[in-house]
Design a protein around this ligand. Sequence first.
Ligand SMILES: [Zn+2]
Length: 162
Amino acid sequence: MNGKLDSTEASSLIMGLKRFSYMARLRNIEFEGRCPYCGMESNADHFRQHAYRLRIFYVIFKGLVYKINAALPRWKCLLCSKTFTEYPNYILPRKRYTLPQIKILIGNTAKTSYRRTVMIGAAPIFYNHEAVETTDSIDESKSLPILSHTSLYRWKQFFTLS
Ligand SMILES: [Zn+2]
């Protein structure tokens, strides 16, 4: 596993989230997949976007954590009438960090300590306060200023159990 947080991949994660979110807000996308409840495929006009859901994601880019407010489409399956949220394939439903970066950080814990893993060189990975978007009401002053190594324990546990 490549142990480096690649900045090219990070910027494409940020762009990908922003694009996905933009399209969800415009309601200009079609669902490509299966209904998680009844298994209906998306080959016909069987899904309707009836809303979107706002979620916050974190992407580490050049030693800083960028907070991305993203809209995720909510789909209604017209066969079983259930609704569900669509996530990009690099997002896990209950995680704020993206899957590629979680995997890299977990992989690095095999080579070095948890505390070293959340550092780049001698400096911790900081949250980028200036880059935080202001469209939500999260009080950034109450959140952690650096990426905590305890997040790694939780991620590792999550992947061991799933
Ligand atoms: Zn269904």
